[in-house]
Each structure stands twice: as structure tokens, then as C-alpha cells.
Design a protein. Structure first.
Length: 498
């Protein structure tokens, strides 16, 4: 798996090496570190793991609120409360939660209960007098001019306007200056190259992210991801016999931040079990246990043909199922069983079955084609399981899956980032290389993209994950994407405190 980003369920837990738990990056105090270590030992003893809030998930269907230019409603003109942004932060775990998961304590606590049907999203309240707050980057941002950005003049910015307008669906809710910027950009003709360029160059200020990582390097590592498209069915058959699952009703997620504020970005996942000593949370079954014991029967959401494709769909965290009638079923991340991710690619390398260079998505599939009898042995090395939810259909072929910002991703213009360093919703000028199509050599590019997604593997100031789009060709390019790069964040003029 050396060339594939293990999005959506790469888990940071206390049974990993201590060096992988960066408390400094989370802003913990010395006393908080003690709390984390003490809880870690307790969790190790119990077999549970403490995992970060899933950052790659979008909110439950119908729960998100989107805005469009011209939809402003002042708070004093409606009784509706201001709608929450779809952005997932440490203070708010809106990813994959339902009303059932917010019930009081006791054995009846459940998370992920299926919402039948698709609710109409609530109309957001946009206050044009409100000042947006994106927090403050913990990275160091260095001012520079657009004329200092090599390759900036060659980028077709009009191609980025659609992604920016999708950005506005979430950013207008935050207030100014995004309300003004989104209203102004809605009046720009996307075919007017000069007008689009003038908008970005006059309304934003470039800031290079210069914070050095642990190695002291200022270069970023840019990887790629995509939206898989699998053939499948809503009902099982001789052809479609590999299930994908929705969140089981007995999966419990526990928030610990009220007792331990340092743990506001973490959740304890497991299941509530009644014992002689009372109710206690025990580890949720692993992938092997769920598979061999049939514990997820009744929670199937769709069936596909290939277990390996189903496995990689979990790695990406979202995808499309092409149904027999030609329509598409869109799946998004809902939850995870609480077990830390274990790389099957690295396991194959450790067993001497593949070299590190061969341990890509394509290399693993080729190994399985040669060793079909070892399929379960390989897949069960990873105890983590991702659960899905159905997203509403779309008639727009340019819409990708919903990112963490809660808006559809745009192929070639969306980027997953670490939001501690780059706030979701900000434009980013990305300089890197992109793999060519059909085995062509990689090409150096400077591309205006938008921070619209996050991923558990995307951590640190120098990590970005480039969205290639949907389908097998996008998957081939994403699997080959791993290059150095550089990020320049575009800060809107008038944004305070960032």
C-alpha cells in the first residue's frame, strides 16, 4: 500500500508506537498528556482503542445545510436557528451520527441507526453581519505575491470556478467575507478568463505554508485518492454476493471531552455489554470475527461482485455502485468498528510476498489473483471495518462524493488537508507533479485547488491528498500519485484572526 492513501479509517490508537501519537500537534498540555497515557494503558488492558473523530465523513443525509448565493435570510426574519456548517471539527462530531446516538447513557445507546428515505436539507440562515471564524492555523504562513508563484499564470482558473462555487455552499454560512465573495463570484461569467483571474488575485492574499515537519523538510508529500465505481445490486444474487454494510445498531461511540477536554477530537468505539458488574463497553468485533461469525447479517446496504473491490472501497471511504438498471447508488462513510487500521500491503512486504515498490493497490490485486486461496488470510490482517450510508442521487456528472466540508468534491480541484494547518474551505495553490494517463510520464503542474476534505492519513503541515475523480482511470492515477509538492494558502481579504 505504499502508493495508496488509506483514507477514512487509518486509525491512530494507543496500541501503535508511541512516536505515532503526536500530542504536541493536538495542542495538549502536560497534564493532558498524562490523561492520554493513563487512558491509553487502560484501553490497552481492555482491548479497546481510542480513535480520532472521523474527519473524512460528511454529515448524515438531510442533516447538512447548504447555501447558494442569493439565499441569505437574516436571523431576525426567521425562527430557525443558524444552521451548523458541515465542517467536522474537534468540537463537533457530526460525521455519521443520528439522533439515536445522542440518547442518554444506558444499554440502549446506539449509533448509526438508519434514516429511511432522504430528508430535504434545511434552508440555512446566513447572517451577512457575522464575521467568519476559521480558527488559527498552527502552521507558519509566509506572505508573498501572485507574481512569485511559478506556474500560476498558466493555470486555467475558470476550470476552478465550479469548485469554488461548491465551496460557497458551506462557507457562506460562516459569514463574512465569504458571503460577499460568494455573491460576487456568482456574477462572474466562467468563460471570462480575465474576470475569474482578477477575482482571485484581487480578493485573496497568498501565504506559503513554511512550517517544517519532524524531518525539517519544507516540501509537502502529495498523494491521490478517487471515488471507486463498482457494479452491484441492492439485493443479493449468484452474481452479487459480497455485502457492504451500514452501521450496526449496537455500535456505540463514546465522547470523552466533557471529562477530559484534551480528548475532544477522540472517540471510544465499542459495544455496550451487560455484565455482572454492570454495563461496560467492550471492543467491537474485528473484521475476522464479523466475517466468520456472520455478526452483520441484516445490515447489508448493497452487494457487489468482488471482495477485493469491496475492501478497497472501504479504504477510499466512499464510492458509487452501478446498479443493474444503469442507475447509480452513492455510498458515503458512516462509521467504523473502532479497530486501528493495519496495512495489508505492509503485511505482504513483511512476509516477503511483495517488495515495497510492488505493494500498491494494483500490486496487491495481482498477488491475490495468483493466491486466491489466501484471500481471507490477507484481508483479516486488517481488523478495521468501515460502514456506509446511502447519499442522495445527483444528476450532475461532475459531482464527486461529499468531502468533510459537506460539499461535493470536484475532480482535479479538490484537496484533502490537515485542517489544523489549512482550514477547510480555503483555496490552495498546489505545486506538484501529476501522473500521466496510460503510463505517460508525470507532469509538473501548478493548480488552484480547494481544501474540501480531510483524511486520517493526511496529518501534518506537508500532507495533501489530491482528488482525481471517479472510476478506474482515476483509480490508476491515484494509485501512482506520491510526489513532493508545495502549498500556498489563499487567505480572503477581510478574514479575521487566521
Amino acid at each position: 500500500m505504499s502508493h495508496i492513501v488509506l483514507r477514512s479509517f487509518l486509525r491512530l490508537s494507543f496500541n501503535q508506537p508511541r512516536s505515532s501519537f503526536n500530542t504536541k500537534g493536538l495542542g495538549h498540555t502536560a497534564s493532558s498528556k498524562g490523561v492520554l497515557l493513563a487512558l491509553g494503558f487502560l484501553l490497552l488492558a481492555s482491548g479497546c482503542s481510542l480513535t480520532p473523530v472521523e474527519q473524512a465523513a460528511a454529515p448524515i443525509v438531510g442533516g447538512e445545510a447548504r447555501a447558494t448565493p442569493g439565499s441569505i435570510a437574516r436571523p431576525d426574519q426567521t425562527s430557525q436557528e443558524p444552521a451548523r456548517s458541515s465542517e467536522v471539527s474537534g468540537q463537533d462530531d457530526s460525521s455519521g451520527q443520528t439522533a439515536a446516538s445522542q440518547a442518554g447513557p444506558g444499554p440502549q445507546i446506539q449509533e448509526g441507526q438508519v434514516i429511511k428515505g432522504v430528508a430535504e436539507p434545511a434552508r440555512p440562515v446566513i447572517d451577512p453581519n457575522r464575521q467568519a471564524s476559521l480558527g488559527r492555523s498552527i502552521g507558519q504562513l509566509q506572505a508573498l505575491g501572485f507574481d512569485q508563484l511559478e506556474g500560476w499564470k498558466e493555470d486555467r482558473l475558470e476550470d476552478a470556478l465550479l469548485a469554488w462555487r461548491r465551496n460557497c455552499e458551506a462557507m457562506m454560512i460562516k459569514g463574512q467575507p465569504f458571503v460577499r465573495l460568494c455573491e460576487e463570484s456568482s456574477r462572474i461569467d466562467p468563460n471570462e478568463h480575465a474576470a475569474v483571474r482578477r477575482f482571485f488575485e484581487t480578493q485573496f492574499e497568498p501565504r506559503r505554508l513554511v512550517t517544517a515537519g519532524p524531518s525539517g523538510r519544507n516540501q509537502n508529500t502529495i498523494t491521490g485518492y478517487y471515488e471507486p465505481v463498482l457494479k452491484g445490486s441492492r439485493t443479493p444474487s449468484e452474481v452479487y454476493k459480497v455485502p457492504l454494510y451500514k452501521t450496526p445498531a449496537d455500535l456505540v461511540t463514546v465522547k470523552l471531552d466533557k471529562q477530559y477536554p484534551a480528548l475532544q477530537s477522540y472517540r471510544l468505539r465499542g459495544r455496550l455489554v451487560q455484565t455482572e458488574a454492570g454495563a461496560e463497553i467492550q471492543p467491537y468485533p474485528s473484521r475476522a470475527e464479523l466475517d466468520t461469525q456472520g455478526l452483520l447479517k441484516g445490515y447489508e446496504i448493497a452487494w457487489v461482485t468482488d471482495p477485493i473491490e469491496a475492501f478497497f472501497l472501504q479504504i477510499q471511504g466512499s464510492g458509487k455502485i452501478k446498479l443493474e438498471d444503469g442507475s447509480y447508488m452513492r455510498l458515503g462513510y458512516a462509521n467504523q468498528n473502532g479497530h486501528p487500521y493495519v496495512s495489508i500491503g505492509r503485511w505482504l512486504v513483511s512476509q516477503g510476498e511483495l517488495t515495497l515498490a510492488q505493494a500498491s493497490m494494483q500490486g496487491i490485486q495481482a498477488w491475490l489473483n495468483r493466491n486466491p486461496q489466501r484471500q481471507n488470510e490477507l484481508l483479516h490482517q486488517n481488523p478495521s471495518v468501515v460502514f456506509f450510508r446511502e447519499l442522495p442521487p445527483t444528476n450532475d456528472p461532475t459531482e464527486g462524493p461529499l468531502g468533510s466540508l459537506g460539499v461535493p468534491l470536484t475532480a482535479g480541484r479538490s484537496l484533502a488537508v490537515d485542517p489544523r494547518y489549512v482550514a477547510l474551505g480555503l483555496p490552495v495553490v498546489l505545486s506538484t507533479r501529476l501522473p500521466g494517463e496510460s503510463g505517460q510520464k508525470p507532469q509538473a503542474v501548478t493548480r488552484l485547488v480547494f481544501a474540501q476534505d480531510t483524511g486520517s492519513a493526511i496529518q501534518g503541515p506537508h500532507r495533501g491528498d489530491f482528488f482525481f475523480g471517479s472510476g478506474p482511470e482515476a483509480g490508476q492515477r491515484a494509485g501512482r500519485m506520491k510526489y513532493d509538492g508545495e502549498m500556498v494558502v489563499l487567505i480572503p481579504k477581510g478574514l479575521q484572526g487566521y
